[in-house]
Design a protein around this ligand. Structure first.
Ligand code: ADP
Ligand code: MG
Length: 896
C-alpha cells in the first residue's frame, strides 16, 4: 500500500524513466509529490473570449493555429510568431499573435492546425494584439487512456516542471492519488472534518472552484497546524524551564516613576504590569514588547530592569549596534545615577562603568592579569545558513569578528626605528576609531596586528556596515608611507600591496595569534632574549612604558605577565549592563551568574535560536524582546509565536501631527519657503542614503548635499553627521543640534536612532526609494516629537512605479502596523518567514498575509492540545506527535 513516505521510485505505476526528472524537482516521496501543489488552475470547461485589447489580467483562451512564421529582428536574433484564431463558430474576434523571442525550439512544438490552450496577458505590438511567451498546452496531443485529465475540467498547472510535462505530472499525481486508499489526517476534528486524502484529491483535480477552495483551506490549516504545534511545544518548554522570580517589591520603581517629569501612558502601565507578573513568576519570562517609534519602550525596559535589580540580580540590555548601546547607556546613567544604581557599558568599542569609575574610552577592560578583554566564542549551534567566506565583508552576522593581519614592506625595505614609530603610532591612532586593537608588532620589514573592525555606518536596509579590512589597511599604509617617505626623503611605495588576513576562529586561535604577535621579535630572533623591542603593543602595555623599558629582562617579564590567561575574564559588578548583541555570546555571560533579566532591543537580527540559547541557561533569565518595527500580527503568531506579547499602542500625549508628502519629481516645492521656515526658528534633518559620492554616483551623498545646503541656507547653520565621524565629535554635533545652535543636520541614517529633538519639525529624505519602508518609518519617527505639526518630505529619485508605490504607503499612513504589513506584502513573506532566522520552513501553500485567520485557528487548536498534554503522550494525541515530529524534521532539513 502506498504511504506518505513511500519513495516514488518504489511505486510500480510510475515509469522508471520519470524517476530522474521527479528527483530533479526534489519529489522523492509520495508526500513530496502530493504536496507539489498546483501553482494555479485552469477552468477548461469554459474559456475566455478572445480579448479585443490589452488585458490587465492574464486570459485563458482556446483557439487554433492558422499560420506560423520565423522572423528576424535586431540583426541575428529571431522571433517566432504563430497566428491564433478563435474556434467558436461565428466568433467575430480578430486573431491573436503568439510570439516567442529567441526560442527556436518552439517552432518544433507548434504547427498549423493544432488546437492550443493559451494563458497570458495581451499586449499591443504595432497593430497586432500579441501574447508574448505565453504559457500554452496543445489540446489534442497524445491523450492516454483513462480519464482525461487535461480537458473539459478544472486542470492543475504545476510550478516549473523542467524535464517533465504538465500532462505527465498530472497523470502521475492522479494515479498515485487513486492508488492511495487511506491517509492519516493530522488535523483535529474540531478544526476541520474532511479527510486529508479528499483534500489532496480536490487540490489537484477539483470538481468545482468551491471544492478547490475548501481543499485549500484544509491544506493551509494542516501546514499552519504543523507550525503551531512546534510553536506551542517551544512555549511549553520555556514554561517548564527552571527559572526564578526576579522581581523586587517595587519601591525603587515607584520612586523612579514618581520623579519622572511625565506620567507613564496607559499602555506603558499595562506593559509594565504584564512584565511585573512575569518577573514575579518562577517561570522564565519570554515576552515581546511591541511599540511604534516614540511609544516609549525604553521607559518600560527601564522599569523592568529596576524591578529585577531591586530583587538583587543583574539586568542586561542588548542593542543591535554600538551607537544604540551608547545612547541607551548615556540615557540610563542620567536617569539611574541619582538612584544609586550602577550601570556599565560593554560593546566592542567601549567599556565603561558609571559611578565614579568611568574608564576612558581608549582603554580596553582587562582581567586581573591585564589581558585583553573577552573573546567571543562563535556560537556553534547557529544555522549553517550564516556561513560566509573569510574575506567576505561586511560580516555583520558576526560583528565581533577578529582578524590577524600581516603585511610587508616592498622589496623587504628596512624600516628605521623612526619609521617603526610612525607605523605603531598610526596603528594606535586608529584604535577605537576604526577597530579595536588587541595586539600589534612592527617588525623591521613587516607588521602584524590583531584587530576587530568597528561599525562604520548602516546600509539602506539599516544593517550595520563594518570597516573593511581593505579600507583599514589602505588608510594605514598610505598614511604611514607618506610620512615615512617624507622622513627618509624618499619616494615610491613603502608597502607591498598584498596583505594577509585571517579570521580568528576561536578563543584558542586568538590566544595563539596573540602570543605569536607579541613574541614575534624574540621568536624570530630579530632580538635576543636579553634584548628589548619597542614596537610591540598590547592592551595594558602603554606605549610609553614599553619604550622606556631598557632592561630587556624586566621588559620580557612584564610581557609575560601581560599574556592573556585563557579561561578567566573580567567579571562585571554593575547592576545594569548595556551592550551589543554580541554580549550574549560573550564569555561575559559566564561571569554574570547574577543575570536575571535580559532585554533585547530591536530584535530583528536576533533569531529564535539565539533566544533559545539564552533561555537554555540554567537558571534561565527572564527575557524581554523589544521592537520598534511593528511586526505584522500574523508574524507574531508564528515566527514570534512562542513569545507573549505586550503592545504599546498609545503614543505619549502632546505629540504633533506629521504630514508626509511624496515629491515624485525629486525636488522641493519651494526651497525659499523652507529657508524662511527655518529662519523662524525651526530645525530640520536632511537624510541621504550614502556619505560620499564615490560610493555610488546615482544617489545623493550626505557630504555633497551638505555643501549645497550650507551655501543655499547661509547664514543659517548646517552640520554634517554620519557614521564615520568619531564618537566624541558625533556627540558634540548632536548636542549642538539639540541645543538649537545648528539649524539643519545633513545626515545618513545614523539619526535613525537616539536623537530626540522636539524642535526639529522637518525631515527631508533624499532618494527615499533607497530606504526600506520600515526604515523610513523609523526615520520619520525622529520628527513629530514636539507639539507642533511636523513635515516629512520624501524626495523620489526614481520613476519606478513599484518604488513610488512603496513610498505612497508612507504618505498615506503613519500607522506602524499598516506599514509593516505593506512592507511584508511588498517584500514577500518568504523574506521573513522561511528564513533560518525565523526557524520555520518555507510555506508550500499557506500565505501568511492572506491566511491570517487560518493561522489563528491553527494556533488556538495547537495550544489547546499542547497545554493539555505538553509532551503529546496521550494515545489520542499520537497522530499529532508524529505530525509535529515530521514538521520539525522539515524545519531542521530546511535550516541545515
Ligand atoms: P521608543 O519606543 O521609540 O524607544 P523612546 O523610549 O525613545 O521610544 O521614547 C520616546 C520619547 O518619549 C522619549 O523622549 C521619552 O522620554 C518620551 N516618553 C516616554 N514615555 C513618555 C510618557 N509617558 N510621557 C511623555 N513622554 C514620554
Ligand atoms: Mg528605542
Amino acid at each position: 500500500m502506498i504511504a506518505d513516505d513511500t519513495p516514488l521510485a518504489d511505486i510500480a505505476i510510475i515509469p522508471a524513466s520519470l524517476h530522474k526528472p521527479l528527483e530533479r524537482l526534489e519529489l522523492r516521496t509520495v508526500n513530496d509529490l502530493l504536496t507539489h501543489y498546483p501553482r494555479r488552475h485552469e477552468d477548461r470547461t469554459q474559456f475566455d473570449r478572445f480579448p479585443s485589447g490589452e488585458t490587465e489580467m492574464p486570459v485563458c483562451v482556446r483557439g487554433v493555429i492558422t499560420k506560423t512564421a520565423l522572423k528576424r529582428f535586431g540583426g541575428n536574433r529571431k522571433m517566432f510568431d504563430a497566428t491564433f484564431e478563435e474556434i467558436e463558430a461565428g466568433a467575430l474576434s480578430s486573431p491573436l499573435i503568439l510570439r516567442w523571442y529567441n526560442m527556436h525550439y518552439i517552432q518544433k512544438l507548434i504547427a498549423v492546425g493544432q488546437t492550443v490552450i493559451v494563458y497570458g496577458r495581451t499586449r499591443l505590438r504595432g497593430r497586432n494584439l500579441c501574447i508574448e511567451h505565453p504559457e500554452f498546452e496543445i489540446a489534442d496531443e497524445g491523450e492516454t487512456a483513462g480519464e482525461n485529465l487535461n480537458m473539459n475540467r478544472i486542470v492543475p498547472i504545476y510550478p516549473a516542471t523542467e524535464g517533465i510535462t504538465q500532462r505527465i505530472l498530472r497523470r502521475v499525481v492522479f494515479d498515485v492519488l487513486s492508488d492511495t486508499k487511506r491517509m492519516e489526517t493530522p488535523l483535529p476534528e474540531e478544526l476541520i472534518d474532511s479527510s486529508r486524502l479528499e483534500a489532496l484529491k480536490a487540490i489537484h483535480f477539483p470538481n468545482s472552484l468551491e471544492q478547490l477552495e475548501t481543499a485549500r483551506r484544509h491544506l493551509v490549516l494542516t501546514e499552519f497546524f504543523g507550525i503551531q504545534l512546534i510553536v506551542a511545544q517551544r512555549r511549553a518548554r520555556t514554561l517548564s524551564a527552571s527559572g526564578a522570580p526576579h522581581c523586587g517589591p517595587g519601591k525603587l520603581l515607584d520612586g523612579f516613576l514618581a520623579n519622572l517629569p511625565f506620567p507613564p501612558t496607559g499602555a506603558q502601565k499595562r506593559a509594565i504590569a504584564e512584565i511585573r507578573r512575569d518577573l514575579a513568576s518562577d517561570h522564565p519570562m519570554n515576552r515581546l514588547l511591541q511599540g511604534d517609534v516614540g511609544s516609549g519602550k525604553t521607559l518600560v525596559a527601564l522599569s523592568a530592569m529596576l524591578l529585577a535589580v531591586e530583587s538583587g540580580c543583574q539586568a542586561a540590555l542588548m542593542a543591535p549596534t554600538q551607537i544604540l548601546a551608547e545612547q541607551h547607556y548615556l540615557n540610563f546613567c542620567r536617569l539611574l545615577e541619582p538612584l544609586g544604581i550602577s550601570v556599565a557599558l560593554r560593546t566592542g568599542a567601549r567599556k565603561e562603568e558609571s559611578g565614579g569609575s568611568i574608564m576612558g574610552s581608549s582603554r580596553v577592560s582587562r582581567d586581573e592579569s591585564g589581558a585583553p578583554a573577552l573573546f567571543v566564542e562563535y556560537p556553534n549551534d547557529l544555522p549553517e545558513a550564516i556561513s560566509y567566506s573569510r574575506r567576505s565583508l561586511p560580516h555583520f552576522e558576526r560583528p565581533w569578528a577578529k582578524y590577524a593581519i600581516s603585511f610587508s614592506t616592498r622589496n623587504r625595505r628596512k624600516l628605521t626605528p623612526e619609521a617603526r614609530d610612525i607605523v605603531l603610532d598610526c596603528l594606535i591612532h586608529w584604535k577605537d576609531k576604526r577597530y579595536e586593537l588587541y595586539a600589534a608588532c612592527v617588525m623591521p620589514d613587516h607588521v602584524h596586528l590583531l584587530i576587530e573592525p568597528f561599525v562604520k555606518d548602516r546600509n539602506d536596509k539599516g544593517d550595520p556596515v563594518f570597516y573593511s579590512i581593505a579600507e583599514i589597511l589602505h588608510t594605514i599604509k598610505s598614511l604611514t608611507a607618506h610620512q615615512i617617505n617624507k622622513l627618509e626623503r624618499m619616494t615610491g611605495s613603502v608597502w607591498q600591496e598584498e596583505s594577509f588576513d585571517r579570521l580568528v576562529r576561536s578563543e584558542r586561535d586568538l590566544q595563539e595569534k596573540y602570543h605569536y604577535i607579541v613574541q614575534n621579535p624574540w621568536e624570530s630572533d630579530v632580538v635576543t632574549s636579553e634584548e628589548g623591542y619597542q614596537w610591540v603593543w598590547f592592551p595594558g602595555c602603554e606605549k610609553a612604558v614599553a619604550r622606556a623599558a631598557t632592561s630587556s629582562a624586566s621588559r620580557r617579564l612584564q610581557q609575560a605577565s601581560g599574556l592573556p590567561s585563557p579561561a578567566r575574564s573580567h567579571a562585571v559588578s554593575a547592576q545594569i549592563l548595556i551592550g551589543t548583541h554580541a554580549l550574549l555570546y560573550d564569555s561575559a555571560q559566564n561571569d554574570l551568574p547574577g543575570l536575571g533579566l535580559v532585554v533585547i532591543d530591536e530584535q530583528h537580527k536576533f533569531g529564535v535560536l539565539q533566544r533559545a540559547k539564552l533561555i537554555s541557561r540554567n537558571p534561565a533569565p527572564d527575557v524581554l524582546v523589544m521592537t520598534a518595527t511593528p511586526i505584522p500580527r500574523t508574524l507574531t503568531l508564528t515566527a514570534y509565536g512562542d513569545l507573549d506579547v505586550s503592545i504599546l499602542d498609545e503614543l505619549p500625549p502632546g505629540r504633533g501631527r506629521i504630514r508626509t508628502e511624496l515629491r515624485e519629481n525629486g525636488k522641493l516645492r519651494d526651497p525659499d519657503k523652507f529657508k524662511e521656515y527655518l529662519a523662524s526658528g525651526r530645525q530640520a534633518y536632511i537624510v541621504c542614503p550614502v556619505i560620499d559620492e564615490s560610493e555610488t554616483k546615482e544617489v545623493k551623498a550626505a557630504a555633497v548635499e551638505f555643501e549645497k545646503w550650507s551655501k543655499f541656507l547661509a547664514p543659517l547653520k548646517c552640520e554634517l553627521l554620519h557614521g564615520r565621524i568619531a564618537p566624541d565629535e558625533k556627540d558634540a554635533i548632536m548636542r549642538r543640534f539639540r541645543d538649537g545652535k545648528t539649524n539643519v543636520l545633513v545626515a545618513t541614517t545614523v539619526i535613525e536612532v537616539g536623537i530626540d529633538v522636539p524642535n526639529a519639525t522637518v525631515m527631508i529624505i533624499e532618494n527615499a526609494e533607497k530606504f526600506g519602508l520600515a526604515q523610513l518609518h523609523q526615520l520619520r519617527g525622529r520628527i513629530g516629537r514636539g507639539s507642533n505639526t511636523s513635515y516629512c518630505i520624501l524626495l523620489a529619485g526614481t520613476a519606478d512605479e513599484t518604488a513610488l508605490e512603496k513610498l505612497r504607503v508612507l504618505a498615506r499612513t503613519s500607522d506602524g502596523f499598516e506599514i509593516a504589513e505593506a512592507d511584508l506584502e511588498l517584500r514577500g513573506p518568504g523574506d521573513i518567514l522561511g528564513t533560518a532566522q525565523s526557524g520555520f520552513p518555507p510555506l508550500k501553500i499557506g500565505n501568511i498575509l492572506r491566511d491570517g485567520d487560518l493561522m489563528r485557528l491553527a494556533r488556538e487548536a495547537a495550544s489547546r492540545i499542547v497545554s493539555a498534554d505538553p509532551k503529546l503522550s496521550a494515545p489520542e494525541n499520537q497522530r499529532f506527535r508524529l505530525f509535529s515530529v515530521e514538521s520539525s524534521h522539515k524545519l531542521l532539513s530546511h535550516v541545515s
